[in-house]
Design a protein around this ligand. Structure first.
Ligand SMILES: Cc1cc2nc3c(=O)[nH]c(=O)nc-3n(C[C@H](O)[C@H](O)[C@H](O)COP(=O)(O)O)c2cc1C
Length: 328
């Protein structure tokens, strides 16, 4: 979700496509995780799908949600057959979809886990059939379960939309194993220059720009990570371990990574002998500390290069903004 190339000419697009490096390819049966990474190239939104089955509430983060038909109004999503809530969703006969906004990553993580107090921690209101509608979502769709299709290790639940509501806000996105925000393509070269644009910007627009800039920087920094045999998850893990986080729980909190990414990332670091385990706690090996120092030095140089043109008063203003945003 970094900013797309400003050059929108067809020639440039063809050229980019021709020079894109292959990362991996193969038989899905041989490596399911690689297939998952490939599917992750397709970006989705994030929803929380909920239902009430008698006295029981069920809800889970879902990114397989899709629109199917306008007339009749149909949507679908798929649930892992092994999911502990699959039977409840089938029996409930109705489900509700809350489309998450870009400030609801924490909710996605809460409902992406098996947390027993999900519905006590998240504010919601009951829909017409009792399924929770999460507060702060940018859309609610209340559906009657109409068809269930076999889908390999998943079941596909087609719902007839009985009621919808759309709210202001922008969606949370999920792609390449990470959360992101949508960003419009820059206007073609004929558009007005950006000069003075910040004058009329609201705080929330500035904040969104700051988030976009941070995502763009992280994306541009990828070649440095690759040069050191790291990925975004493994370098985040190295950083957190250098700060002292050690248990799986602490790492999840400090890195905001999904459990899978932590498992894969830790395995990749262990394979390179950058971490060792001691009584369920991970720690950096001397080689790990060296690698962390190397990536930190590169990040330092990179940021100096990007921010080199700023005068002291700009940096001071930037620090005040970070403080207002709650940096430690
Ligand atoms: C962003 C995101 C999207 C997800 N999408 C789906 C999905 O489409 N279908 C699914 O079965 N599980 C999906 N999950 C996983 C479930 O949310 C998770 O397995 C569930 O909440 C845990 O309960 P369970 O293990 O009993 O299913 C997703 C998780 C996240 C974080």
């Amino acid at each position: 979700m970094s900013q797309a190339s400003a050059n929108l000419s067809p020639d440039a697009a063809v050229h980019d496509a021709a020079t894109r490096a292959l990362i991996e390819a193969g038989d899905p049966a041989a490596d399911g995780r690689a297939l998952r990474r490939c599917l992750g190239q397709f970006p989705t939104g994030v929803t929380v799908v909920t239902a009430r089955n008698g006295e029981r509430l069920v809800g889970m983060a879902v990114n397989s949600f899709a629109a199917v038909s306008l007339a009749p109004p149909l949507v679908l999503w798929s649930i892992r057959r092994e999911s502990s809530s699959a039977a409840d969703f089938l029996q409930a006969g109705h489900y509700a979809v809350s489309v998450l906004a870009d400030d609801q990553v924490a909710l996605s993580q809460l409902f992406g886990s098996a947390h027993p107090k999900r519905f006590e921690l998240a504010p919601w209101q009951a829909g017409r059939h009792g399924a929770p509608l999460l507060a702060g979502a940018i859309a609610h769709l209340e559906c009657r379960l109409e068809q269930v299709h076999e889908g390999g290790d998943h079941l596909i639940l087609v719902g007839h939309v009985e009621r919808y509501a759309r709210y202001e806000g922008t969606p949370l996105l999920f792609t390449q194993g990470a959360y992101g925000v949508a960003q419009e393509l820059p206007a073609p070269a004929t558009s007005q220059p950006a000069a003075g644009a910040s004058a009329g910007q609201s705080e929330s627009e500035l904040l969104r720009d700051l988030i976009h800039a941070s995502q763009r920087l992280s994306h541009d920094f990828e070649s440095h990570r690759q040069a050191l045999g790291l990925t975004l998850p493994t370098s985040r893990l190295l950083n957190s371990l250098a700060e002292g986080a050690g248990s799986a729980e602490e790492l999840a909190r400090a890195t905001l990574l999904e459990q899978d990414e932590i498992t894969d990332g830790v395995a990749a670091l262990a394979q390179q002998a950058l971490v060792s385990t001691d009584k369920d706690r991970l720690r950096l090996t001397p080689a790990g500390r060296e690698r962390r120092a190397a990536i930190a030095a590169r990040a330092d140089d990179y940021m100096k290069q990007r921010l080199g043109g700023l005068v002291e008063s700009d940096i001071a203003a930037f620090q005040r903004v970070l403080q207002a945003l709650g940096r430690d």
